[in-house]
Write a protein of this length. Structure first.
Length: 360
């Protein structure tokens, strides 16, 4: 079964795509964004997927890729166009190549015009295509920098994308209006730039008069993407918090496993956000935990040291996840949730201080 997810970066309005094959657990990730590589890694793990390849539709000018970090995390290969001139990819892609994941694959179609190295990725059954910045929803990528060419873009879209089946869903690299997907039939009928009734000269004239400013991150993003997002040596050492073995979740918070907390030897603050009767109840509590019920936490943040990491605890991990968000908003940086709460802590046979009723 195909697993498909569309993820979003609000800063650059970039879409990142995850395609997975459930039997093998293998996956591809297309156009990852640097600031969200840990989110993407969490999505993959929570879906039970292992990325085998990261793909780039082109050398981006508006964001830095997260490909290098994902390769470091999972060992997946980095693949991009052979015409992109990048330093450090594991695989160079050419027209009609195949990129496999499990029993499925993406077909590579060269679609230059926005840049000279743009690629479109078509699923093996032609039910969907990832068009990058070549074809957007009722629009297309600009052609006024990075070796762009409006004539070439027109032919790429007409010959490589709009020749796909009418029902083929098209997923763009960006959208700035909140739209998520279109289809070949829709774009052939409704696109003001590239519909069937529009000729090449009309398209070129349209593109030559867009008058768009250059991307704000152009001077930063392009050089970084030409080295596949590889950071300098100092940054490369900082993949995430180093005070404990933590895991980033799709919910956007860091978690620590019960075994990780049990083995943690450095000083930390353990905050139990349950009610008093739970803290003293049948489940007991973890030795050294400070009781700060969730409804009191905002008013009592000042009682916590900002120099020591905080681990939040509740019965199941739900309230304590909310506590992490609250503490982060209050300015505490090193905060993590105990995964599964007291229920998992006890199920994995870690020591518990008995509640008042048990002691009595």
């Amino acid at each position: 079964m195909l697993i498909f997810r569309q993820l979003f970066d609000s800063t650059s309005s970039t879409y990142t795509y995850v395609l997975g094959e459930s039997r093998s657990g293998e996956a591809l990730i297309v156009d990852p964004v640097l600031e969200h590589w840990q989110r993407d890694a969490a999505v993959l793990r929570e879906l039970g997927l292992r990325p085998v390849t990261t793909l780039e539709t082109h050398v981006h000018a508006d964001h830095v890729t997260g490909a290098w970090w994902l390769r470091r995390e999972f060992g997946c290969e980095i693949a991009l166009s052979a015409d992109g001139g990048a330093d450090g990819p594991d695989r160079l892609l050419r027209h009609d190549d195949r990129v496999p994941f499990g029993d499925r694959h993406l077909q590579v179609r060269a679609t230059p015009g926005h840049t000279h190295s743009c690629l479109t990725f078509v699923l093996d059954d032609a039910s969907l295509a990832l068009t990058g910045d070549c074809l957007l929803i009722r629009g297309c990528g600009r052609t006024d920098f990075q070796q762009g060419d409006a004539h070439e873009l027109f032919r790429s879209i007409r010959n490589q994308i709009l020749t796909l089946p009418a029902k083929c869903l098209l997923y763009p690299g960006h959208d700035y209006r909140g739209l998520t997907v279109t289809s070949v039939a829709e774009e052939r009928r409704f696109s003001p730039r590239i519909a069937d009734t529009i000729g090449e000269d009309d398209f070129v004239g349209y593109m030559q008069n867009l008058g768009l400013p250059h991307p704000k991150l152009l001077e930063v993003a392009v050089p970084a993407n030409l080295r596949c997002g590889r950071p300098d040596a100092a940054v490369a050492q900082q993949a995430g918090p180093d005070w404990a073995p933590l895991r980033f979740t799709v919910a956007g918070i860091w978690e620590i496993e019960p075994a990780g907390l049990a083995e943690l030897r450095r000083e930390r603050q353990l905050v139990d956000v349950r009610a008093r009767d739970e803290f003293d109840g049948p489940l007991g509590h973890i030795r050294g935990a400070r009781l700060m019920p969730l409804e009191e936490l905002a008013a009592r943040v000042g009682e916590l040291s900002r120099e020591l990491p905080v681990v939040t605890v509740c019965r199941s991990g739900a309230r304590s996840a909310q506590a992490v968000i609250l503490l982060q908003k209050a300015g505490l940086k090193d905060v993590a949730n105990l995964s599964g709460g007291m229920l998992r802590w006890i199920a994995e046979h870690h020591p518990v201080e008995p509640g008042a009723a048990a002691r009595g």
